[in-house]
Design a protein around this ligand. Structure first.
Ligand code: APR
Length: 248
């Protein structure tokens, strides 16, 4: 067993106020591609052309056709993997309190976590831009593009596009969860998109230990992370949980 995993297990077993910050990498083993890096979505399509609010307002049919339709297909099929389940188990054990996730796939809630801040919103629901009515994404028909509400208004996902603000409520709850934890577990994020990438800095300044799990090094790895465990999140969580269970 990797000594980093043993050290992380020892720290986590003794903690009772852990916050996790997760990103697309935690859902890769559930079949959802990441945004950056090899096989990333932004390698195939230009985010400024398909994921910016201005692009959506200009041509919603195009954004639905290329980006949202594909996301719907992938997210509909995805199921939590060992990393999501590991975080749910840490909550049951009374170790993990809050997850701040940049993901919009709902997999943390499906795995059983109860305090999940969806920092970039949720893909589970679509909202009508005319009447504000909501419909579950899985019930949206893709026959006509862009999909519309019964009132004729265009539907949009309840997640933030580039160029949109993070909700103030998500922002303040996340800052609180970051500044009041004793350990922040940072899993599968490239830590390049602000303000989410700032949460580990807030945690560190408030005295928390930062444990990072990623298949590659990130801008946090050298100066911010106290412990870096390199590898696939699912495998690492399997070993980590086995080790923590032995210690408690
Ligand atoms: N296990 C652990 N880490 C992984 C795995 C894996 N199996 N696969 C990939 N990774 C890591 C990559 O090394 C990378 O650092 O996950 C990270 C994914 O980074 P991004 O694709 O940039 O995802 P994220 O950090 O969540 O992006 C932030 O950018 O475009 C936006 O709104 C989108 O919420 C997203 C935000």
């Amino acid at each position: 067993m990797n000594s980093q995993i043993k050290n992380a297990a020892r720290d986590l077993a003794a903690a009772d106020r852990v916050t996790a910050l997760t990103g697309a990498g935690i859902s890769v083993e559930s079949g959802i591609p990441p945004f950056r890096g090899k096989g990333g979505l932004w390698e195939k399509i230009d985010p400024m052309e398909y994921a910016h609010i201005d692009a959506f307002m200009k041509d919603p049919a195009k954004v639905w056709q290329v980006l949202i339709r594909e996301m719907k297909d992938v997210v509909d099929r995805a199921r939590p993997n060992a990393a999501h389940q590991g975080l749910a188990r840490l909550e049951t054990m009374g170790i993990l309190k809050t997850i701040i996730t940049q993901n919009v796939d709902g997999l943390h809630q499906l795995a059983g976590n109860t305090d999940v801040i969806e920092f970039h919103g949720s893909f589970a629901w679509q909202r009508c831009m005319n009447c504000d009515g909501r419909i579950e994404t899985r019930r949206v028909s893709l026959v006509d593009m862009p999909p519309k509400c019964l009132c004729g208004g265009i539907l949009r996902p309840e997640c933030v596009f580039f160029g949109e603000m993070i909700s103030l409520d998500h922002m303040s709850r996340s800052r609180l969860a970051a500044s009041s934890c004793d350990i922040m577990l940072v899993v599968g994020t490239s830590a390049t998109v602000q303000p989410a990438a700032y949460m580990p800095i807030i945690a560190k300044r408030a005295g928390a230990r930062i444990i990072e799990i990623n298949s590659e090094r990130t801008p946090l790895t050298r100066d911010v992370s106290d412990l870096f465990i390199e590898g696939k999140a699912g495998n690492i969580f399997d070993c980590l949980l086995m080790e923590i269970e032995k210690l408690r």
